[in-house]
Design a protein. Sequence first.
Length: 183
Amino acid sequence: MAEEPNPDLEPAIAAIGWHRRLLDHFPPGQFFRYLCVGIFNTIFGPTLFFVFNYLINRRHIPASYMYAAVFSNLISITVAYLGYKFFVFRTKGNYLREWIKAMGVYGTAMIPTLVALPFLVHLFARILPHQLSGFHRSISGKDAAPYVASLALTCFTIVYGFFGHKNVTFRERKQPPPLESRA
């Protein structure tokens, strides 16, 4: 005798279906490889930002963090693109077209980042303690604010970037069926 479906279990079954559909977007190993490249770039990009900001700020250029953000993003996007192309998505050819798409994906993420950066720098300059200690050195909260703001915005870029690269930059084109199967 077949059992009747239990209506109390339907939300749990629907949740399992949602979970399985989400996992179908991540081929085995691909997301792990993406995380490896992402971890490297999450260290490389902000480090590049820190170096550029430090060097530009030493020249007393106002809003040095904005220049540092643009320069470091252009370089780290290119490095990330190469990692994604050869290690994660493993595509062949189409170098310029994929690089332009990668710039587009990160560029669309960079727009809200550059808009939010001055607001977050101002916010962190107000809420961070006046003096911070680290690496056997004291730094003012105001000086640390661009770095903290940049790290906070990195989280947004990581999530946005995966889905953008998967669905735009390295999207697999579906091949039309062979002519003989169309008949």
